[in-house]
Design a binder for this molecule. Structure first.
Ligand code: IPM
Ligand code: MN
Length: 368
């Protein structure tokens, strides 16, 4: 029996609720595919601060370092907004990215057809769009030194080393190759030296991927083009801060943040988490949408644990449930059936179990 060690960091707000739902699905995958998941749960974010006075502890980091993959719920909330910068829940997340070396952040934003009405953009603008944001995650202005602020000034440093741009550019080209797509590298090379450098290095790496079309776009134009015509994009490659901003835009093209999973991957470690936040206003009400967290489990199964069939079945189960009109409140539409977090979890579990039969019979067909 294959065994995987997974550290879960449920975090704050609705994090623990959606994590429970996701772990239920993972348990089912374990029994159907004869995989043993050793689950270790640690505190992160505000929950960790409340207990240990730190947004992430050394021992939690150690557990993540020793795991095959990490699952994170969400961190943050108004309760901790006034803490000093280095105690804030978000600092725990940045520390995780840094210590685990998670330089590459993949944020797929694909429209679920039954939810096309949930977007604030016109249906014909968005239907058919499928964008993958590849965001550099451990460099740039998020981590550059010197940084600081006092009563007179505040400053950060935006700096990229060649190897940092090279490795993230490779990730984007490899992905685009697999998707039969193209790369749009987003920068601000008309103003920033760091961006001119970024552009030069991306074009150098492109020499090894001549079959993958590459274009450059300034970030202000990219923000505009994303809402004007998202279908022109396939893989967007960009630095840490631009990726933070543009991935929120791509998320809203799909209509709801509650749907989108993400992966943060490094040389030796990987962490999976929903794109949404902690939703403090609905904590404890059994209303949170667990789909992004469940989708993050699917990404983990596919990318890190090499279980593409299980991942595919989870994604299909999500689609089946949405097609039936079953919705949590955040994605409700006039004729839908509203369910709780647990209700959505159960529906996805049933759809997953039902797909067993069809998967088995298609395997038989292949054998014949
Ligand atoms: C994200 C978040 C984080 C970021 C915060 C919580 C540190 O907005 O993952 O997009 O800015 O990277
Ligand atoms: Mn963000």
């Amino acid at each position: 029996m294959k065994s995987f060690k997974i550290t879960t960091l449920p975090g704050d707000g609705i994090g623990p609720e959606v994590m429970d739902a996701a772990l239920a699905i993972l348990g089912l995958v374990g029994s159907e595919y004869e995989l043993n998941f050793e689950i270790i749960t640690e505190l992160a974010g505000g929950a960790s601060f409340d207990k240990f006075n730190e947004p992430i502890t050394e021992s939690a980091l150690q557990s993540c370092l020793e795991s095959d993959a990490v699952l994170l719920g969400a961190v943050g909330g108004p309760k901790w907004d006034n803490l000093p910068q280095n105690k804030k829940p978000e600092k725990g997340l940045l520390k995780l990215r840094e210590v685990l070396g998670l330089f590459s952040n993949l944020r797929p934003a694909k429209i679920f057809a039954p939810l096309a009405d949930a977007s604030s953009l016109k249906k014909d603008v968005i239907v058919g769009s499928d964008v993958m944001v590849v965001r550099e995650l451990t460099g740039g202005i998020y981590f550059g030194e010197p940084r600081g602020h006092n009563k007179q000034e505040g400053f950060n440093t935006l700096r990229y080393k060649k190897y940092e741009v090279e490795r993230i550019a490779k990730v984007a080209f490899e992905l685009a190759k697999k998707r039969n797509g193209h790369v749009t590298s987003v920068d601000k090379a008309n103003v920033l030296d760091s961006s001119q450098f970024w552009r030069d290095v991306v074009h150098e790496v492109h020499q090894d991927y001549k079959d993958v079309p590459l274009s450059d776009m300034y970030v202000d134009n990219a923000a505009m083009q994303l809402v004007r015509d998202p279908k022109q994009f396939d893989v967007i490659l960009t630095q840490n801060l631009f990726g933070d901003i543009l991935s929120d835009i791509t998320a809203m093209i799909t209509g709801s943040m509650g749907m989108l999973p993400s992966a943060s991957i490094g040389e030796n470690h990987a962490m999976y988490e929903p794109v949404h936040g902690t939703a403090p206003e609905i904590v404890g009400l059994n209303k949170a949408n667990p789909i992004a967290m469940i989708g993050s489990v699917a990404m983990m199964l596919e990318i890190t644990l090499n279980q593409p069939e299980a991942a595919h079945r989870i994604n299909m189960a999500i689609e089946t449930v949405l097609e039936k009109g079953i919705r949590t409140i955040d994605i409700a539409s006039p004729n839908s059936t509203i369910v709780s977090t647990d209700g959505m979890r159960n529906e996805i579990i049933h759809a997953f179990q039902d797909s067993d039969q069809s998967i088995k019979s298609s395997r038989e067909l292949v054998k014949e």
